[in-house]
Write a protein that binds this ligand. Structure first.
Ligand SMILES: [Fe+2]
Ligand SMILES: [Fe+2]
Length: 313
């Protein structure tokens, strides 16, 4: 896929925001009534093909455990999304809207930043609404996200002079990865409310990915050399964090489902390929923007990103 995001193209994507964004077009769309929960036409809460541990020999023939693990994974994914939208994506948006980087964006780009800020607030709201209903129904544990903890650690250990730039880089990776992730999720037949929610989210995120791709490629040539060095180091680490599988969540849930401790190592092993596949699939939009910025034309940067598994030659 080759994508060349220009300012006019980006402006066209946002010109109908006031009637097309999910916060305006899909209000009150995310209720799972007790009747609906008892009469589900489809019992898939999350695409089974995206949860490799469901195919493990200890799980694959136990349908109740499979349904429960799907539902609990969805709760975890939505809890993570809720926090991510507020504290990660909107923190990146603030760096654009409020001139927190060494270069200021044009005023029309800042207006779009305000629109995205609102979108993310609504995504956090519907993620919380659905997560609470499913968690209540399944008595699902609410575990903290390893990925968010790692992102927070990276921010804390980064010198304050680079923190806003790091927030921007994290937002760029997150927004280009999530668009692909939602595109994958939206291809599957799921519980109707969940399927609708993923599609609504994707409709916004497809535009957000364009936006962050444009901002990244616009910003890159304007950065100083030391900032470029930092951005490449940050990209390598952030993309790895976004593609890691939350093993702590899995082990916690295997215990809750009553699966014996002896089965855990083999179930966790089945997830190792998940990270590699995700790196290829989820990172493709990110890599397109990196390539378009010309970063891969500079040998030291290309080598660093190849070493991180982000690009392949
Ligand atoms: Fe979002
Ligand atoms: Fe977004």
């Amino acid at each position: 896929m080759k994508r060349n995001v220009t300012k006019p193209h980006l402006s066209r994507s946002f010109e109908n925001w006031h009637c097309q964004s999910s916060v305006r077009a899909s209000p009150y769309n995310y209720v799972l009534s007790p009747e609906a929960l008892e009469n589900l036409e489809c019992r898939n809460w999350f695409p089974p093909s995206l949860l490799p541990f469901l195919q493990n020999r200890h799980i694959r023939n136990r349908s109740n455990i499979k349904v429960r693990l799907q539902a609990c994974y969805l709760v975890h994914f939505l809890d993570y999304t809720n926090v991510l939208e507020h504290t990660v994506v909107n923190a990146a948006i603030e760096t654009i809207a409020h001139n927190k980087l060494s270069v200021s964006f044009d005023s029309d780009i800042k207006v779009m930043a305000h629109m995205i800020y609102k979108d993310e607030g609504y995504h956090a709201l519907f993620s919380a609404l659905i997560a609470d209903q499913i968690a209540h129904h399944f008595d699902a544990p609410r575990l903290p996200s390893t990925r968010l903890e790692e992102l927070n650690s990276f921010l804390k250990e980064t010198h304050t002079a680079y923190r806003s730039l790091l927030k921007f880089v994290i937002g760029f990776v997150s927004e280009t990865v999530i668009a692909n992730e939602l595109r994958n999720l939206s291809k599957h037949h799921l519980v109707a409310t969940v399927e609708r929610m993923f599609k609504d989210h994707l409709r916004d995120e497809a535009k957000h990915a364009l936006y962050f791709s444009y901002c990244f490629t616009w910003l890159w040539p304007k950065l100083e050399e030391r900032e470029k060095d930092f951005v490449v180091r940050a990209l390598a680490r952030v993309i790895q964090i976004f593609c890691s599988f939350d093993e702590r969540w899995l082990i916690g849930n295997l215990l809750q489902c009553g699966l014996p401790l002896s089965s855990h190592p083999c179930i966790v092993r089945d997830c190792q390929h998940w990270s590699i596949n995700r790196l290829i699939l989820a990172g493709s939009e990110t890599v397109i923007a990196i390539r378009k910025a010309g970063i891969l034309d500079i040998p030291k940067y290309r080598d660093a990103l190849e070493k991180a598994g982000l690009t392949h030659g």
